[in-house]
Design a protein around this ligand. Structure first.
Ligand code: GDP
Ligand code: MG
Length: 445
């Protein structure tokens, strides 16, 4: 996919303005990227519409090609939809109420509600210095109440016991009464989920909501849920006035398209991300990082950013294309690559930007060379004839001597350069075709 994007970027060069026709191909790729990330179709449509609207007629400033300009719009708009334009306060919990501030947890069974209660209790106690009480209104599985008791005790918060014979609304009210009398700052109410959306479950949680009027009603959703996230989010959003979202299991390998679906349906901020089973696995939600993850091109975007500094995007995309189709890689390519590297601020700077597997392959090929060396290598290649560059096998002893003299270096240095080129070439072979795609996929998570 990233390859396809790079190609789309390439075919869009040389125009000064974003138009319907020069963005169509690129937008198709973005659409595919979102569907691949399991974003639900209505959310994809809305997003593409929004990007079109923002991008049309936008001037392509300075050195930017239309492709780069559009990537910029896509990235910016996706981050905005993820919540970047809501400001940092949007991900904060609201405590502006007479204590205790009540947090009601909603979501399907297995979404991670009980675990998240534990994580929130830990965060609120340790970071916010709050006195926290938890209670379980999940009276359908005896183990559920025990699970909440365990996680609550693990993080050193207070636990209000309930019985499976109690009614959920009564449990919530009793816990609220207890919290008031014991001066708790926060009461977190864990609830029962079902495996699917279920009218009785919705009525039950609505009744709890009406009885205790929580200041925060958090919809907990599993990032691995994929396309289904949109239906689940709609059901909960219709039944309850949600105030925020917790996206769990982001440590899994899903691209997290659920985030966009849920934002599309609820319009509510994603406040937290669950990133581990452990009770410290809770993070403030980062809209920009999420946007990059969904597009699956975090590191590539960093490269595009570098490229803005003056590198010929066309050449870079052309090289990527060559690697992909497994085309030959000759000294001309090597030379243009060396030139690109210089423009991007040198080898080491560029290496940092590559995904881990590529970095490994590159260092295996002894590519961590000093920038000074790059200049000398260019000099050597410059002293070769076009035929020699296209067919390095031609370069035998007498040619080597001529090249060395021309470049003002020793013959050994020509040998060393050719060896390095060999390694580079075999690295390129390793990266070609599906292998390259796999590596690119590897960087998505
Ligand atoms: P509930 O039914 O909504 O209360 O869900 P639970 O809190 O019981 O979580 C269901 C399963 O998901 C448990 O095995 C949790 O350990 C796991 N889980 C919850 N949140 C996360 C997370 O952020 N990352 C990972 N890897 N696992 C999680
Ligand atoms: Mg539970």
């Amino acid at each position: 996919l990233t390859q396809r994007l790079a190609k789309a970027v390439k075919t869009m060069r040389g125009e000064a303005r974003l138009t319907e026709s020069n963005t169509a191909e690129m937008l198709r790729e973005v659409r595919l990227a979102l569907l691949e990330a399991d974003v639900a179709l209505p959310a994809v449509r809305e997003f593409i519409g929004r990007v079109k609207e923002k991008a049309m007629g936008e001037d392509v400033i300075g050195a930017l090609s239309p492709g780069q300009a559009l990537v910029g719009v896509v990235q910016r708009e996706l981050a905005a939809i993820m919540g970047a334009d809501l400001g940092p306060e949007a991900s904060q919990l609201n405590f502006a109420t007479q204590p205790p501030a009540i947090i009601l947890m909603a979501g399907l069974q297995g979404a991670g509600k009980t675990t998240t209660v534990g994580k929130l209790a830990k965060y609120l106690r340790e970071q916010k210095k709050k006195k926290v009480l938890t209670v379980s209104a999940d009276v359908y599985r005896p183990a559920a109440i025990g699970q909440l008791k365990t996680v609550t005790e693990q993080v050193g918060a207070d636990f209000f016991p309930s019985e499976i014979t109690d009614k959920p609304v009564d449990i919530a009210l009793a816990a609220l009464d207890y919290a008031k009398r014991h001066y708790h700052d926060v009461l977190i109410i864990d609830t029962a989920g079902r495996l699917g959306i279920d009218e009785a479950m919705m009525q039950e949680i609505s009744a709890i909501h009406a009885a205790v009027k929580p200041i925060e009603t958090l919809f907990v959703v599993d990032a691995m849920l994929g396309q289904d996230a949109i239906n689940t989010a709609k059901a909960f959003s219709d039944a309850l006035p949600l105030t925020g979202i917790v996206l769990t299991k982001l440590d899994g390998d899903s691209r997290g398209g659920a985030a966009l679906s849920v934002r599309h349906i609820t319009g509510k901020p994603i406040k937290f991300a669950g990133v581990a089973e452990k009770l410290d696995g809770l993070e403030a939600f980062d809209p920009v990082r999420m946007a990059d993850r969904i597009l699956g091109m975090g590191d590539i975007l960093a490269l595009v950013e570098e490229a803005r500094k003056g590198v010929d995007m066309d050449a870079a995309a052309g090289l990527a294309q060559k690697i992909k189709v497994g085309g030959k890689f000759d000294l001309n390519d090597f030379k243009s690559q060396l030139a690109q590297m210089k423009k991007m601020g040198g080898m080491s700077n560029l290496m940092d930007k590559l995904p881990a597997q590529l970095q490994q392959a590159a260092s295996g090929a002894n590519m961590g060379m000093a920038d000074k060396q790059v200049v000398r290598m260019e000099g050597i290649i410059n002293s070769m004839t076009p035929q020699e560059r296209a067919k390095p096998d031609l370069i035998k002893a007498s040619r080597k001597r001529r090249i060395a003299t021309g470049a003002g270096v020793q013959v050994q240095e020509v040998n060393r350069m050719l060896a390095q080129f060999d390694q580079m070439q075999s690295m390129m072979k390793k990266l070609k075709g599906g292998n390259m795609m796999k590596m690119m996929r590897g960087m998505k998570g």
